[in-house]
Design a protein around this ligand. Sequence first.
Ligand SMILES: [Zn+2]
Length: 223
Amino acid sequence: MTTKFCKDVLVLLSGGIDSITCATYLLNQGFNVKALTFLSNNKIFSNFKEVFCAKEFARSKSLDHIILDVSNLDVLVNDIGNMRFSIGGKLGGCIPEYQQASPMSVEIMHMSSMMYAISHNISEIYWAIHKDDLGGDSPDKIIKYLGTINSLSEINYGVSCKVKTPFLYMSKSQVIDIGVDLGVEMNKTYSCSVGDDDPCGKCDQCKLREIALFKAVKRKIAI
Ligand SMILES: [Zn+2]
């Protein structure tokens, strides 16, 4: 491992391939990585399996790891239309439309992480969103959104705290390529939107993961 930076950073760690690859990349760069995971335990949707993977990863790397239970936030929203930027994963017809996959918006996620970061003197938060997550939105929209989010810490606290998106212009398979190169244990990550013990294999997150892993393996074989 290199020790270029001995700086604290915060990673939004869902327990999926993307966030675990992002955390691994930052660790390899020598950052002191702290992790924040959002637990959704409402009666409609839970991401226990994903959170379990996040916990195991954080434990294996001895990361400071906060798990924030956001289960009750579902009282604020009424349907899947409240999700933006595909947080929680696109559903691909696996879950009826009236059921919500995530009880929170990205704004709540980012504001909560900013509260933690600022109070721990952390100036960078890493969000492993990539272009296959955008569901029709353009990266420019994310950049514009982040510009607003990032300015809030300066306006309110007078300090700079930025949400960074190193994978924004990459496909999921490119992210997986990075993960494979970094030795991320793919079988210890979880991405399915349904949240059962075994991935459903049908939702968009499962399909994307399968295609991306296949492409990554093919590229390795070609080398
Ligand atoms: Zn699935």
